[in-house]
Design a protein. Sequence first.
Length: 572
Amino acid sequence: MSRIAIGNKMPLGELLIEREIVTAEQIETALAEQKDKGHRKLLGELLVEMGYCTENQIVSALAHTYGVPYAQVGPKICDPKVLEILPREFLEEHVVLPLFKVHDMLTVAVSEPTNVFLLDEIERISGCSVQIVCSTNKDIKATLQTYLPAANVFVIDDIIDEEGLEDFTLIESITQDISNLEEIAGQSPVVKLVNYLLYNAVRENASDIHIEPDDKKLRVRYRVDGKLYEKMCPPHQMHSALVSRIKIMSELDIAQRRLPQDGGIHVLMEGRPIDLRVSVMPGNFGEKVVIRVIDPHKMLYSLESLGFTVENLQLFRQVIQAPNGIVLVTGPTGSGKNTTLYAALTEMNSEEVNICTVEDPVECNITGINQFQVNQTAGFEFSTALRSLLRQDPDIIMVGEIRDQATANIAVQAALTGHLVLSTLHTNDAPGAVTRLLDLGVAPYLVGASLIAVLAQRLVRKICANCKTEYEPPVSLRKLVEKAGGKVETFYRGVGCKKCRNTGYAGRIAIHELFVPDDEIKEMINEGANLKKIRAKALQGGMVSLQSDGIGKVEAGILSIEEVLRTAQMIV
C-alpha cells in the first residue's frame, strides 16, 4: 500500500479558494462563526452547513491535493460480496466502504484519506493490499445502508428497543424461565429476531407465523384475520440459524433436515401462558417453518360473543342442555370450531357434571374439565381414548374431531347410552354432516337416532370501524342479495387505514347455519334421502343458511357483502 504524504499540504480554506469553490470572504465568515460560537465542527462541515459549497466539492478538492482518486460511490459500483471482508461494526464505525477486490488488491472508499492508521488497520484485518479512493461520508453511509441488511449480521436491536418486549418471557420447559428482559437485550441477533417475531405475532393477534425460504429471499408472513401478509424479509443468510434457533426452543432435532418435524414452544406474555405449535417441513430451498399461535386467553369466549343471532343462540343453548345425543360443529380448518366448543363447555361446566375431552392437541386448559391429549405415536388415538373415557363415568364428552369409522361409531354409541357428545367434522354445510357420518360407515338409523344438532360456521372479516364508510355496490351484487332474500338498504366497506394495515378489515366474526333435525328429517335420514332433499327440508323448516346469516350482518353494517360472498359462496 502506498503511503500518503501529508506534510506541507495547503490548508483547506486556501485550497478551496484556489480552486474557486468558495471566496475568501466566505472562508472568513465561516472561521468567525467557528470562533465566536465555539463550534466543534470542522471548517469543511461549517462551509457545507452554511451553503457555501457541497461536501462533494470539498472531498474532491482534498482527494486532488493528496493525489487520491475521487469517486461518487453508490450501489452500482460496489460488489456486495466484498463487504463481508471487513466486520460490519468496523465499516459503520469508521465509515469505510470496500468496493471491489482484484487478486490481493482491495479497493476501499474512505472519507479521510490522510488517516494512515485506518489504512493500516484495513490492511491487517483484510489480509490484502489496500488501494483507496476518496468519497463523501454521505455517499459511503448510503451505500452501506443499501447492502448491510444483506450482510452476515442482521441488527434487530433498534426494533427490539422500539418495541420494548414488555412482559415477554420465553420458556424452554413449562416450569422454568430461561430469560428476563435484561438478558434479552444482550442476546445475539438471531435470538432477538426470533423473540421479536413471536412477541409481535401475539401482539398483532396473528394465528400463524410462516418462515419461508426462497432461492435468494427469506420471507416472514403473519396470518391475521385469516389472511397472510408480509411482516419482514430478513437476510437470506439467516435462514439456517433462524430455523436452528426455533428447533432448539421447540426441542426438535437440529441435525435432521430431510424429514418433517413437529414441536412446541411455551411463552409467557403479560403473565399469561401462550402455546406455539411448530411445524418444520423440508422444501426446495430449505426448511419452511409454520408456527401456530394458541392464546388461551383469546379462546375462552362466551357464546354471546361469537356472533350468534338471538334465535340461533337460544336454539343452540337448548341443544347443549340435552341429556344425550351428538352435537357437531362443522367447517373448514381455521373456522373457529374449537372456540365454539370451548365456549359451550365453559357454559355447561359445573360441579354437578363430569366433562371430559379428548383433543389433539389440548389448545386451552379449562378449570374443572378433565382434558386428555391423544398420542398417536404411543397408540393413544381418538377411538382408543374415547373407548377408555366411557369408563370414566362422563356426563359430557368432547371429541376433538371425528376422523374415522371407529371414532364415529363409538361416539354414536356413547350418545345412545346417555352421554352428550360434542365434536367437529369437516363439511361444507350443516346438513352435510349427515352424509359425512354415513360415509364413515355409521348406519342411517343410528345417525337419525343420535344426531340432535349440527352447527356449520365460517369466520368472516369485520369492516374496520375506524375507516368504515357507505358505498354503492354494483347492481349485480344488489340483485344477488335480493335473490338470497336479503333487504340491505345501506352497504358499508372499509376504505383502509393505518389501524387495519390498509385492508379495510379488522377482527372477525362468525356466521352460522344451525341444523336441528326434527322427526320428519330423521325419518328422511333413516330412509336414505339425499343431501339436497334434507337441506331443502331444513330450509323449509326455518334453518337460516350461512349466506343468509352473513347478509343479516351486512344489513347491520358489520360485514361487507364481498366478504360474505367470498366466505359462503358455495352455500346456496
